[in-house]
Structure formats: structure tokens, C-alpha cells
Design a protein around this ligand. Structure first.
Ligand code: 6PG
Length: 248
């Protein structure tokens, strides 16, 4: 698969969005009989999906012992801070469902974001077993979840920031955020995020319509530059879609 095409799937609302995302996530897990790696995201968009994964029906379909959970970006705040992305995922489902050893947060107890990034990069490389991100048979992640911010950022890759140009590093520190919360960030880079079988964006609500219009117009925003080496899917609810892009 070339990975440069984007597939857009329209769903009715945020509930349907979480349900379709869960079905796709479960399908990716079912397709891999070995060790599975999922890269989660922060923000408010994935919360409904996370809560759904903890419900009995979903929970029973996930091979928890074989699934490893990473995070695509983190706000550089302690895990006890409610703005911490992995802490949100932990509260929503991980702590109730996943073995502790399979949860891999970005270490925000590091001295600074750069050190946290270097540590997480080492962890990802040890997990992958080598330095390659471009092996089509063995990508880093089975599925990478993503969101899009009002300025077109994704993960903590903000428009015009140097982190976007990274081709070598897997994880970098971002000293300043472009949007709230204005705390330093740590983010996976475009090549690391691309190393997956599926990149799944979740976009919901009328508040996203303006940025989605720009994304669909092909502006070179970070969210548009983030593409999987495998499949790239944008799950979008009707309220977020510009009217001329909606199904009749
Ligand atoms: C973060 C995120 C970020 C997020 C978008 C969308 O740390 O904030 O990882 O990239 O996905 O900003 O956020 P919402 O889902 O809250 O709109």
C-alpha cells in the first residue's frame, strides 16, 4: 500500500464516530496474531472511544496481554496533572483493562522535554528491535490515533515548527505550544507516526468545520502532512464537515 491517499469516512455524530473507530481498532488487532502496538492521542476527541473500549463488549474482544499502548504526544506536565494525555487514557480505560507493563507513557518526570523525548525514542527503538521505521512488513504501530487542532496541528506538530522537518529523530521536545494548554510538549515526528498500518483521525463537531475545510482544500498543514505508510483514514462526523463535502 502506498499510504498517500486519504480515505474520508463520514459518520452521523460523535457516538457513531467512537463506534466506527472501535470497530477499526478491533479489526487491526484481530489482523495481528502477534504483539500489537497502538499509539493513542490526547485532546478531547478520543475520550468517547477510550470509554467505549472499557465496556464489556469491547473489552472482551481485546487481547490485552498482547497489546502495547503508546502515546503520540504529551504535554510536559506530571501524570498527576489532569492535562496529561496518557493520564486521561489511563482514567478512561487503560488502568482498568491493560496490564501495567503494557502501558508506555512519555516520561514527564525527565529533566526537560528533550530528555523525555530521547528516553521515549530509546524505548520505541528497543520495542521495535531496530532503527528502521520504513519496513512495510513490520511498521512500528498497528494503529496510530490522531486528532486535529484549530490551527491544523496534529500530535504536537504545530504549523511552521522545526519538529515538522525531522527526518531522523523519532521523538522530539517542543519548547512551546501554539495552542492551549501552553505547556512544553513532547511529540513523535512525522516519520515515526507514519510507521503504522493505519493512521486514524477522529474529527467531531461544528467547531472543527473551519479547520477541516482548510485540510480538505489541501493546505500544507501538519495534519495534512501526517500520512501513514499504510492506510490513512479520516473519520469525520457530519457536523464537522463543510456542507459541500457531506453525503447527500
Ligand atoms: C494534544 C493532542 C492534540 C489533539 C488536537 C485535537 O495534546 O492536545 O494530542 O494533537 O489531538 O489538539 O484536540 P481535541 O480533540 O481536544 O480537539
Amino acid at each position: 500500500m502506498t499510504g498517500n491517499e486519504r480515505k474520508l469516512i463520514e459518520v452521523a455524530d460523535s457516538t457513531a464516530l467512537a463506534e466506527v473507530a472501535a470497530v477499526r481498532l478491533l479489526a487491526r488487532m484481530a489482523a495481528n496474531p502477534g504483539r500489537i502496538a497502538i499509539c493513542l492521542t490526547g485532546g478531547s476527541s478520543p475520550k468517547q472511544l477510550y470509554e467505549l473500549l472499557a465496556t464489556e463488549d469491547c473489552r472482551n474482544k481485546i487481547p490485552w496481554e498482547r497489546v502495547h499502548w503508546f502515546i503520540g504526544d504529551e504535554r510536559f506536565v506530571p501524570e498527576s496533572d489532569e492535562r496529561n494525555n496518557m493520564a486521561m487514557a489511563r482514567r478512561a480505560f487503560l488502568d482498568r483493562c491493560a496490564p501495567a507493563a503494557n502501558i508506555h507513557p512519555i516520561p514527564t518526570d525527565a529533566a526537560n522535554p528533550d530528555e523525555a523525548a530521547a528516553r521515549y525514542e530509546r524505548k520505541l527503538k528497543a520495542f521495535q528491535g531496530d532503527d528502521r521505521l520504513d519496513d512495510p512488513v513490520r511498521p512500528l504501530f498497528d494503529l496510530v490515533l490522531m486528532g486535529v487542532g484549530p490551527d491544523g496541528h496534529t500530535a504536537s506538530l504545530f504549523p511552521d515548527y522545526p519538529a515538522l522537518q525531522q527526518t531522523e529523530r523519532w521523538v522530539v521536545g517542543v519548547p512551546q505550544a501554539h495552542v492551549e494548554p501552553f505547556v512544553p510538549r513532547v511529540t513523535l515526528t512525522l516519520p515515526a507516526l507514519a510507521s503504522c498500518r493505519e493512521m486514524l483521525f477522529e474529527v467531531s463537531g461544528a467547531g472543527k468545520r473551519a479547520i477541516l475545510t482548510r485540510v480538505l482544500a489541501g493546505e500544507p498543514l501538519p495534519a495534512n502532512r501526517a500520512r501513514s505508510n499504510g492506510e490513512t483514514v479520516w473519520l469525520v462526523d457530519t457536523a464537522a464537515l463543510p456542507e459541500d463535502s457531506r453525503a447527500a
